[in-house]
Design a protein around this ligand. Sequence first.
Ligand SMILES: [Cu+2]
Length: 226
Amino acid sequence: MPRVFGLLLLSCVLPGHCLAGELRGKVLYAGAAPARQTVPVTIDQYLCGNEKLADDLQVSVNREIRNAVVWLENPPPGAAAPARNEKVELDQKGCSFVPRVVIVPAGGTVDFLNSDRLLHNIHATPKLNVSFSRTQPMGRTIPVTFAKPEIVRIECDLHSWMTAWVVVAAHPFYAVTGADGGFAFDNLPPGQYKLQIWHERLGTVPASVTVGEQQPAQLTVEMKAR
Ligand SMILES: [Cu+2]
């Protein structure tokens, strides 16, 4: 089949001749949805409140998992290289990182923001990218460039409950699930794809799917508590 696959890709080069498949997926929790935990706030209660809802595992009553990261292990050979200067914003607001999970292409920059009227800090010790620890007063933007594909944990040393994740993507086919557990990839040449699904609490699970030309391919993935 490699020859056929090559022809399909070639057809994508010609204007108006691109065979674009779609993939629509959902990430579900295996078993009854766990109740959302709360985290005690131990400092700066005047702004942060007395407790916060835990953001590390968000599952809807329909078992849909938010903030799972889905990517293709075998992206189409013709996939465009990630944009080098793409910027993504990650704010600190109400003593939480917002959003909790962002995707940035390798070589791209995350602008860390602080909308809160107090000091935060951004601290990361990745394996492949550069470590940093920066104090961040309100209104200061701190740009950080991430060179290598990796999932990087970001913490605020001043507020122990604050965590975010920067997913440094190797190619454009990465997605974060919304509150409905859903994700989608468009413009996929028909073919067989392997995926990885990662969640900060639930680990990584593999999946595979065949994408055709006509109907969007549908994929449901279940993740179990570890
Ligand atoms: Cu903080």
